[in-house]
Design a protein around this ligand. Structure first.
Ligand SMILES: NC(=O)c1ccc[n+]([C@@H]2O[C@H](COP(=O)([O-])OP(=O)(O)OC[C@H]3O[C@@H](n4cnc5c(N)ncnc54)[C@H](O)[C@@H]3O)[C@@H](O)[C@H]2O)c1
Length: 250
């Protein structure tokens, strides 16, 4: 396996499970030192152990995207890494399907915190030193829900749409500092989050996906690796759906 990320440190949020875990393992395989930034300490320890078993290096950082203080502490610890942070991947996300009229303000505050405001605060803390180093990659994981909407996920769609727009805005500002910012939008992907989607809806998804199956977390991780590596040095502000063709946004 090519070690295209040797010498880089990558912070990956949500790396205890699903797409975040697959991303942490893939970036480590490509030679990156991985910081597993997570709410779930037990799951994160498992990811760190799997990376170590495969001959890579990784470390756990506590993170709760619903707490500004926790985000700041996580960023401070991350920035103390020798050589600094070269790659930030905002993968952690959360939500479940529910009619908008049944949503409570607590529910949508949590959805907005984990999917949009938390990633904004964490990125804000980490991107300044990247600007100074005149090098870096930020990859945000949004969702096709943020491009085309998703029934029963109204506020989640709003948060992910916000993350897509944040990607584009920051990409314009970061370009002059040598930092690329891009976004990956998974479609239905086989993870614990997806298992919470009602079965009827999951069946409907498979019928609607041109490639006739849901995605695997490793397939999303490959797209993230592309945006995290030098292979995408001339790509910024872009949104890539990894969704079996479910959405074909222009
Ligand atoms: N699985 C899908 O079908 C799908 C589709 C579109 C987009 N996505 C997006 O992909 C990303 C990963 O999703 P997944 O399916 O792998 O989910 P997952 O539930 O398997 O993993 C999400 C991870 O985020 C962590 N997390 C949750 N709340 C957190 C918090 N407050 N602070 C820090 N970490 C927290 C969890 O502990 C978990 O490890 C999310 O942003 C999700 O919205 C997933």
């Amino acid at each position: 396996m090519e070690k295209t990320l040797s010498g880089k440190t990558a912070l990956v949020t949500g790396a205890a499970s699903g797409i975040g875990k697959a991303t942490a393992l893939r970036l480590a395989q490509a030679g990156a030192n991985v910081l597993v930034a997570e709410l779930d300490a037990k799951g994160a320890a498992q990811t760190v152990a799997e990376i170590a078993d495969a001959g890579g290096t990784a470390r756990y950082l506590a993170l709760d995207l619903c707490s500004g203080e926790a985000i700041d502490r996580c960023a401070q610890e991350a920035l103390a890494t020798p050589g600094g942070i070269g790659i930030v991947v905002n993968v952690a996300g959360w939500g479940y399907s529910q009619p908008f009229v049944q949503n409570t303000p607590d529910f949508w505050d949590r959805v907005m915190a984990i999917n949009l405001n938390g990633p904004i605060r964490l990125t804000h803390r980490l991107v300044g030193p990247m600007f100074e180093a005149r090098s870096g990659k930020v990859v945000n994981v949004a969702s096709d829900a943020g491009r085309v909407g998703s029934l029963g996920e109204t506020v989640y769609s709003a948060a992910k749409g916000g993350l897509i727009a944040f990607t584009k805005g920051l990409a314009r500002e970061a370009a002059r500092h040598g930092v690329n910012v891009n976004c990956v939008c998974p479609g239905p992907t086989d993870t614990p989050l997806y298992q919470a989607v009602p079965e009827k809806l999951r069946d409907a998804f498979v019928k609607a996906i041109p490639l006739r199956r849901i995605g695997q977390p490793q397939e999303v991780a490959e797209a993230i690796l592309f945006f995290a590596s030098a292979q995408s040095d001339y790509v910024t502000g872009q949104v890539l759906s990894v969704s079996g063709g479910l959405t074909m946004a222009g």
